[in-house]
Design a protein around this ligand. Sequence first.
Ligand SMILES: *Cc1c(COP(=O)(O)O)cnc(C)c1O
Length: 356
Amino acid sequence: MLNIRIEPIAQKKPKPDQNKLGFGNYFTDHMFMMNYTEGKGWYDPRIVPYGDIALPPAAMVFHYAQEMFEGLKAYYTADGTVQLFRPQKNIERMNNTNERMCIPQLDPDDVLQAIKAIVDYDKDWIPTADGTSLYIRPFIIATDEHLGVHIAKNYIFAIILSPVGSYYPTGINPVKIYIETEFVRAVKGGTGYAKVGGNYAASLKGQEKAEKLGYAQVLWLDGIHRKYIDEVGAMNVFFVIDGEVVTPALDEGNILPGVTRDSCLALLRSWGIKVTERKVSIDELVQAYDAGKLDEAFGTGTAAVISPIGELNDDGKIMTLSGGKIGPISQRLYDTLTGIQWGKKEDTFGWTVKVN
Ligand SMILES: *Cc1c(COP(=O)(O)O)cnc(C)c1O
């Protein structure tokens, strides 16, 4: 149990227009913070005004990227309560990332308490318009003032909050995806399964290339064979091949274990739809497409929930899926997940957690 001290902001900021939120553009009045020092553990949990963090230029995070982050959302339901979606999964993943990055572990109960406390304290910032939510971004940075490469002894854990708009203000639009064969995002033995900024920094070059070619995102192939599918952009990826749902397996450690991915698997299984976690090669996709059996493809992640793929470009071969529209399985997953998240559909899995 954390004993959280509170330092309120002197003057609250004006709230942004709920119809023009976009993603990650606005931040609430307060943030949660806590420090760590070797030998002392985590200390001074506090809610303070959202504002700059002063660090020495030699702070280790600036140089060697020892840091991690998480992403989840809080939703206003029709009956006025605020709920989180499977936050325990994010917290569990957070400690898995910490373990990989040599960052000290956090007490899962403390993290859930901190998330609930900061969301509740700034709840006047949670937007209520259709499809909007409060994005929660916990992160940890190494703060030692030191240029030697070693494991830091001092860290800051913070949680910031951002009211975000509907991902699909004009209806669900399938995206065009470029299959990247030159750059890779992660390799076996690397940090692909951990949610760390370095993975994103390494992905920018491929993303830039795809955008220049008119594509929204990159389909990443495995770093060794350049053959098996890893992820799409910063989302997990699913394919419907001849009625069977397939998604790349997590066992090689180069894929981020998404909470949305896990939820889709559980829903599909509960509906009696055949779903398999295994290797999926690009050749298999092309063959299925040519045989008319590549029924649907979609990305999954907290931000968009389900992002249907309307076109895949494999080295100039253009594959158009579901007639450029959202497919039936993608649509059913989207409706069910968003229904549970905003409290409009019964939560038979016990996935939601009330904040207040
Ligand atoms: C966060 C993330 C995902 C999606 O995870 P969710 O828990 O579903 O939001 C997928 N891939 C990468 C690389 C990510 O960083």
